[in-house]
Ligand binder design. Sequence first.
Ligand SMILES: [Zn+2]
Length: 231
Amino acid sequence: MSLILDLASDVLGLILPRRCAGCDNALYRNEKDLCGMCLEDLPRARMLADPQNPVAQLFWGRVPLEGAGALLRFNRGGKVQRMLHRLKYKGDRHVGLGLGRLMGEEASQSPCYADVDTVMAVPLHRRKERMRGYNQAQVIADGLRETWPLKPAGRELMRVLHTSTQTKRSRIDRWLNVQEAFTVGKSSQLENAHVLLVDDVVTTGATLESCARALLQVPGVKVSVLTAAYA
Ligand SMILES: [Zn+2]
């Protein structure tokens, strides 16, 4: 089956060259979703080994987390923004899987994430997930498990209020908007787990904070967070 898929992708590649998610140049056959140049030159945040990194500091005094960090720095108009745009709005899951694999490689080596055992994506509201066809954070989490074999969480965490698109809202509006928007369903599966919450990007941290608060209602749960980018 995979031979057939490989052949199919080679044939497709002859007609329609695959494009690099960072610079849009045509990819060579051995390149996955980023060309060698872009992969080499990703704006790595290199913060995962530092417990006092800027993403961890974002949550200080808000919610107790074990570890927190991001793989890349988000630069407006740059490569990382293009990659996340392709993942969220162009249906390109390969970008998310690739980012997840890089996140798994780096985080699994970090002492800050030493005893994580379960990975969970920040949920989208079901309606939004149906519209997009997938949850981009789940795609990243799936990629992460390819390089860091953590147990996948089920759908224990649910988004209970529909939150409209947040990009044009002020920080305080966003915070009010996602408050109490998550709840934990069948929690027994999560008891005493150390959950790694995964999302595409962290800006104010409001969404991750709400998720973590809901998860911390479960007895014995510890929470760490990891995102592809930090804005
Ligand atoms: Zn490129």
